[in-house]
Design a protein around this ligand. Structure first.
Ligand code: AMP
Ligand code: MG
Length: 972
C-alpha cells in the first residue's frame, strides 16, 4: 500500500469516526420542546416533589440568598432586570401538576412577577436591621405552592438611601447553587443594559423542561447503576448519633447552625497534609468527618451524603434549574487503621464515585428500595459539603453587592458539615436538626472536630481510634471534675454493727412489719443473735457462705442478720427459682448449709444440710457469742451469665457499708417506713433492708407477688404509712395509673431502678404525686446496688430520662472499645469504679479479668473499673443518659437475662441446631398510625390516578406512614 493510500484510508477512518461521534452527540443532544408543551419532571424534581408533598407546608426546600446592596439603586432598572431573567428562563413560569395520571411541568403564565418592596429607611439603624431579618426570614419560610407556576420571589428592603437588602427566594425544585450565581450575574447584565441592548442578548435555546424530557427519555445508565448497587449492597447502617432528644416519628426539619473558623495554623497544616497525601482538602476533611462520626457513634459502616452538580453539557452551564445530585459515600471503618491510610481509602471512594456520577439519585433510591421512615432520611443521615463563599461584585459602577447569611432555620438532615472557604479562610459550619440536638452539643462537636483535625495533621500515622478528640476542658470535666477523688470510708466496720447500734439506741422502735405482725429492734436483734449463736457453735471456718431460702418475711431478715452476726456471708435463694438453678448455685458457691424460712423450696434432694429458722429463734434469749473470725464478705448474689450459667457476685461488708452510707449522704431523709418490694435475691432488696435498719426506720415486708395486685399494694401503702419505696419504673407506672391517689398520700420518696424509666411514668408522677420526691437509681449488682442517681424533674418527661451522676465514692467513665474516654455527648460504654465495686466473680478468674479492669485512665488508682455492657452518654451538664445495652442482655420484670444464656440452654437440647431468642417489645399503639394493608392498597390505587407511574414506583417503597401522610397532604 502506498503512503497516499494509507493516508486516505486513515482519513476515511477519521471521517467515519467523526461522523459517528457527531451522530452520537446528536442522538444525545437536548432538543427544544415545542413552546408551551409540557414535560415530565427530571428525576431530581420528582424526588423534591415527593418530599415537599410528604412534608407539605414545610419550608425545608426553600432556597434563599440575601445580598447587601450599597450605592445608588434604580428600582425601575432592577424590576426590568428581574423580568428579563424570568422571561429568559422558562422554569420561572412553570407549575408542577398532574395530567392523565402523570406528573408534568407545565408552562403556566406570561405574567411577570414584581419585586416586593419594603421601606425601612425611617427606622433607627438597629431596628431596621432587625426588621430586615424578620421580613427576609418570614418571606423565605413562606411555603410555595408547587402547582402555581410562581416559585420565585424577590424582595428589596430599603434601609436607607444608599443601603438596600435584596432577598432572592426560590423553591429548590427550580434552582440550585449555581442557579443563584447565574441569577445574580444576569441581574447585573440586565441592570446595566440600556433598553435597546436588552433584546440583543441571545435567548437560551434549551430550557429546563427540555432537559427533563431528555433525561427521562435517556437510557438508564446500567453500568453505573450496578456499580452503586454493589457499593451500597447489604444492610446500610443508620447513623446512630446519640441525640439530646428522642427522635420524633415525623421530622420537623427545623434547624440551626454553629460556625467556627478553622485556625490559620491548622488550615495550613491541613493543606500541607493534603498535598503530602496527594489528595484534596475535600477528601481530607471528609475523612476526618467520617472519623468524627465513627468516634461518636462507634459504627463501622459510615455513610455520608455529598451533593454534586450534574451540569455536564455546555447547554446546561448557564441554565437556571435543579441539577443537584446526591452521592452516598460509604466507608468501612477499621478503627486500627492509620488516619493516612483511611484518607487513601476515602480518596478511592470519592474518585470512583466521581466516575459514576451520571446516575440520578432518584433511580438509585428506587432500585435499592431502602426501608423508609418519616423519622430518617433514607440511605444516609448526614451530609458533607465543601463550598466557596459566593463572591461580592458590582451590579453597576455605583451599586455594589455582597452576600450575607440568611438563616431560614431549616436542616434537611440530622447534620450537615459544610466547610466554607472565603478569602482563603476556612470555616466549619454544622447545620443540625433541632429536633435532635442542642446548640451546646453541636458546639462541643465542633471543638472535637478541631481537636481531631489538629491531632490528625500532627500524627497522620495514628490509628483512627487513637486520634485525640477531647478538648482540654472536656478532658478535665470527664476525667476529674465529674469524678472527684475518692476519700475511702475510714471506719472499718461490719454492716450489722450499725443495726445493732440501732437496737441499743431504740430497742422498742418497730424494725419489721408484715401482714399480721411486727417486731421491735430489740426483739429482732435478740432473735438474730440466736441464729448467730447456733451458726457459731455448729459450723467451722469452712462455712463461709450460708444459703438462705424462703418467702420474703421476717424470718428471712432474721436469718440474714444472724448469718452476718456469725461472721458469715449469705447466699439468697429465691424459692421461685427452678430447682436445678438453685442446685447449681449451691454447688458453684460451695454452700453446704441453708437456712430455710416459710415457703422455702424443698432442698432435701440436694443433700444439703438445712436448718429451719423458726426452730432456731423459738428458744429463750441467750448471751451473744462472737465469731473467732469474721468474713469480709457480706453476701453473694447470682446474676445472669453468658455461658449459660449464672455467676456469683461477692459483695463485701465494705462494699455494702459504702452503698448504704452513700444513701444517707445523698438522700435528705432516712426512711421512716420503707416498703420492700424486691425479692431478697435481687440486690435492689439490699437498698431497703440496710438503709432502713441502719437508720432506725421500719422495714415493711410484703407477701409474694403483691405487685400483681395493685389495689392491695396501694392500701398497704396507706395502712403502713409508707414513706419510702424502691421499685421498677414499670410497676410504679401501674401504681400511679391504677391506685387511688389518696392512698398514696404518705409517700415522701419514691425510687425507681432496675430498668429504663419511661417518660409516661414521669408525667403520671408529676400529675398525681407532684410533692413526692422521685429518683432514678442506676447500677449493676457488681457495683453494689447503685452507682448513679438522678432526682427526676418534671421536664425530664420531655427527654430521655437521665440516670444522673455518680453517687459519693463512685466514678463513672464512658469509654470506647479501645478504652478511651468518648467525647461529652457521644455514646460510650459505662465503666464504674469506686468503693462499691465487687472484687470479681466467684470462681471465675477469666470472666473477672474481662469485666473488672485495671484502671485504664488513672493507672495508679487503687480502684478497678467494672465494665457494665451498658451504653450511656454525658449531657453537657455532666448528667448521664442511659442508652441501652451493648450486648444481648435484657431486663424482664427486673430479671437480668442474657438472651444467649437461654440460647445456650436450648442448644444443649438434643435435635436442636440453630437457636435464636428475641424479646418482643409490646407494640406502642399510640404512636403507630395503624394502617392495614387494605387501606394501603386502596391508597396506592388512588394515588395511581393522581401521579405518574414513576412516582407510584417510589411510593411503593414508602413506609405506610409515609403513604398516609402523602395521601392526607394530597387530598387536603
Ligand atoms: P442488676 O445487676 O440486676 O441490678 O441489673 C443491672 C442492669 O439493669 C444494668 O446494667 C442496666 O442494664 C439495668 N438498669 C439498672 N438500673 C437502671 C436504670 N435506672 N435505667 C436503666 N437501666 C437500668
Ligand atoms: Mg440491681
Amino acid at each position: 500500500m502506498s503512503t497516499s493510500d494509507k493516508s486516505s484510508s486513515k482519513h476515511a477512518k477519521l471521517a467515519q469516526w467523526l461522523a459517528r461521534a457527531k451522530e452520537k452527540r446528536k442522538q444525545n443532544a437536548i432538543l427544544p420542546l415545542e413552546t408551551g408543551a409540557s414535560a415530565p419532571l427530571s428525576y431530581g424534581q420528582q424526588r423534591l416533589w415527593l418530599l415537599q408533598h410528604l412534608f407539605s407546608a414545610n419550608p425545608f426546600y426553600n432556597y434563599a440568598d440575601m445580598l447587601i446592596l450599597e450605592g445608588e439603586l434604580d428600582m425601575d432598572r432592577l424590576q426590568q432586570a428581574f423580568q428579563q431573567i424570568v422571561r429568559r428562563h422558562r422554569i420561572f413560569r412553570i407549575g408542577f401538576q398532574t395530567e392523565d395520571g402523570k406528573m408534568i411541568q407545565r408552562h403556566m403564565s406570561e405574567e411577570f412577577p414584581f419585586i416586593e418592596v419594603h421601606d425601612l429607611s425611617n427606622l433607627p439603624e438597629e431596628v431596621s436591621a432587625q426588621q430586615t431579618q424578620k421580613i427576609a426570614i418570614e418571606a423565605a419560610r413562606q411555603p410555595f405552592d408547587l402547582s402555581s407556576g410562581r416559585l420565585t420571589k424577590l424582595l428589596v428592603i430599603h434601609q436607607h438611601a444608599e443601603a438596600h437588602v435584596l432577598v432572592l427566594i426560590m423553591h429548590h425544585i427550580i434552582t440550585d447553587n449555581a442557579s443563584f450565581e447565574i441569577f445574580v450575574k444576569e441581574l447585573g447584565i440586565f441592570y446595566r443594559a440600556k433598553p435597546a441592548e436588552i433584546d440583543t442578548l441571545p435567548d437560551a435555546k434549551i430550557q429546563y423542561p427540555d432537559f427533563a424530557q431528555w433525561q427521562q427519555q435517556g437510557p438508564v445508565p446500567s453500568k453505573q447503576l450496578s456499580y452503586w448497587k454493589q457499593k451500597l449492597s447489604g444492610d446500610l447502617a443508620i447513623l446512630d448519633l446519640p441525640t439530646d432528644r428522642p427522635r420524633p416519628t415525623i421530622r420537623s426539619f427545623r434547624g440551626e447552625y454553629v460556625s467556627v473558623p478553622i485556625p490559620n495554623k491548622l488550615q495550613h497544616a491541613l493543606k500541607a497534609l493534603a498535598q503530602q497525601l496527594n489528595t484534596t482538602l475535600f477528601v481530607l476533611l471528609l475523612s476526618a468527618f467520617k472519623v468524627l462520626l465513627y468516634r461518636y457513634a462507634h459504627q463501622r459502616d459510615i455513610l455520608v451524603g455529598v451533593p454534586i452538580s450534574n451540569r455536564d453539557q455546555v447547554a446546561l452551564e448557564s441554565m437556571i434549574g435543579f441539577f443537584n445530585e446526591t452521592q452516598v459515600l460509604r466507608s468501612g471503618v477499621d478503627p486500627t487503621q492509620s488516619f493516612e491510610g483511611f484518607v487513601q481509602q476515602v480518596k478511592t471512594t470519592v474518585l470512583e464515585a466521581f466516575d459514576h456520577k451520571q446516575l440520578p439519585f432518584e433511580l438509585l433510591v428506587k432500585e435499592l428500595n431502602p426501608e423508609r421512615e418519616l423519622s430518617h432520611n433514607p440511605l444516609f443521615q448526614v451530609m458533607f459539603l465543601y463550598k466557596e463563599a459566593p463572591k461580592a461584585g458590582q451590579l453597576d459602577d455605583s451599586l455594589s453587592y455582597r452576600h450575607a447569611t440568611l438563616d431560614i432555620g431549616v436542616s434537611k438532615f440530622d447534620l450537615t458539615l459544610a466547610i466554607m472557604e472565603e478569602h482563603n479562610q476556612l470555616s466549619s459550619i454544622i447545620e443540625y436538626a433541632t429536633d435532635l440536638f442542642d446548640a451546646a452539643t453541636i458546639e462541643r462537636m465542633q471543638q472535637n472536630f478541631l481537636c481531631l483535625l489538629t491531632d490528625a495533621v500532627a500524627h497522620p500515622q495514628k490509628s483512627i481510634q487513637q486520634l485525640d478528640i477531647l478538648s482540654e476542658s472536656d478532658r478535665i470535666s470527664l476525667l476529674d471534675r465529674w469524678n472527684p477523688p475518692i476519700q475511702p470510708l475510714s471506719e472499718a466496720n461490719h454492716i450489722h454493727v450499725l443495726i445493732e447500734q440501732q437496737a441499743h439506741l431504740r430497742p422498742q422502735a418497730i424494725a419489721l412489719k408484715w401482714e399480721g405482725g411486727s417486731m421491735s429492734y430489740e426483739s429482732m436483734n435478740q432473735q438474730a443473735q440466736l441464729i448467730a449463736n447456733h451458726l457459731i457453735q455448729q459450723t467451722d471456718s469452712s462455712y463461709e457462705l450460708i444459703g438462705i431460702c424462703g418467702e420474703a418475711g421476717p424470718e428471712i431478715i432474721l436469718g440474714i442478720l444472724g448469718i452476718l452476726k456469725a461472721g458469715k456471708a449469705y447466699l439468697p435463694l429465691d424459692p421461685d427459682y427452678p430447682a436445678n438453678r438453685i442446685q447449681w448455685m449451691l454447688e458453684d458457691a460451695g454452700v453446704s448449709l441453708v437456712l430455710t424460712g416459710q415457703g422455702s423450696r424443698d432442698l432435701s434432694l440436694s443433700k444439703i444440710k438445712t436448718v429451719e429458722i423458726a426452730a432456731l429463734v423459738s428458744g429463750p434469749k441467750q448471751p451473744p457469742l462472737f465469731p473467732n473470725q469474721s468474713s469480709s464478705l457480706a453476701y453473694v448474689i447470682y446474676t445472669s451469665g453468658s455461658s449459660g450459667r449464672p455467676k456469683g457476685v461477692p459483695i463485701s461488708h465494705s462494699n455494702l457499708l459504702h452503698s448504704t452510707r452513700a444513701r444517707s449522704t445523698y438522700y435528705r431523709n432516712t426512711p421512716a417506713a420503707f416498703l420492700l418490694l424486691s425479692s431478697f435475691s435481687f440486690d435492689s432488696s439490699v437498698a431497703g433492708i440496710y438503709w432502713t435498719l441502719c437508720g432506725g426506720g421500719t422495714l415493711v415486708l410484703t407477701k409474694r407477688r403483691i405487685e400483681q395486685d395493685i389495689a392491695r399494694l396501694s392500701s398497704l401503702i396507706q395502712q403502713q404509712q409508707i414513706s419510702h419505696t424502691l421499685l421498677l419504673p414499670s410497676l410504679y407506672g401501674m401504681l400511679l395509673r391504677h391506685a387511688d391517689p389518696t392512698e398514696l398520700a404518705s409517700l415522701k420518696t419514691v425510687i425507681v431502678a432496675g430498668e429504663s424509666c419511661s417518660n409516661q411514668v414521669i408525667k403520671d408522677h408529676f400529675a398525681i404525686l407532684p410533692e413526692v420526691l422521685l429518683y432514678n437509681e442506676y447500677g449493676p449488682t457488681e457495683a453494689t446496688v447503685w452507682a448513679t442517681v438522678h432526682q427526676i424533674q418534671e421536664e425530664d418527661a420531655r427527654t430521655r430520662v437521665p440516670i444522673g451522676q455518680p453517687i459519693p465514692r463512685m466514678h463513672v467513665y464512658l469509654l470506647d472499645d479501645s478504652l478511651q474516654a468518648v467525647p461529652i455527648g457521644a455514646s460510650g460504654e459505662l465503666f464504674i469504679g469506686g468503693e462499691g465495686i465487687a472484687s470479681g466473680y466467684l470462681h471465675r478468674p477469666q470472666l473477672s479479668e474481662n469485666r473488672f479492669l485495671k484502671h485504664p485512665i488513672h493507672p495508679t488508682s487503687p480502684y478497678v473499673l467494672y465494665r457494665t455492657g451498658d451504653m450511656a452518654r454525658f449531657r453537657s451538664d455532666g448528667v448521664l443518659e442511659f442508652l441501652g445495652r451493648k450486648d444481648e442482655q435484657i431486663k424482664l420484670r427486673g430479671y437480668r437475662i442474657e438472651l444467649n444464656e437461654i440460647e445456650e440452654v436450648l442448644r444443649r437440647q438434643p435435635g436442636i441446631q440453630e437457636v435464636a431468642v428475641l424479646m418482643s417489645e409490646p407494640e406502642n399503639t399510640s404512636e403507630s398510625l395503624d394502617v392495614d394493608s387494605l387501606t394501603l392498597a386502596t391508597a396506592l390505587l388512588e394515588l395511581g390516578d393522581e401521579v405518574s407511574h414513576h412516582l407510584l414506583d417510589s411510593i411503593e417503597s414508602l413506609s405506610e406512614k409515609e403513604v398516609q401522610l402523602l395521601l392526607k397532604n394530597i387530598h387536603s
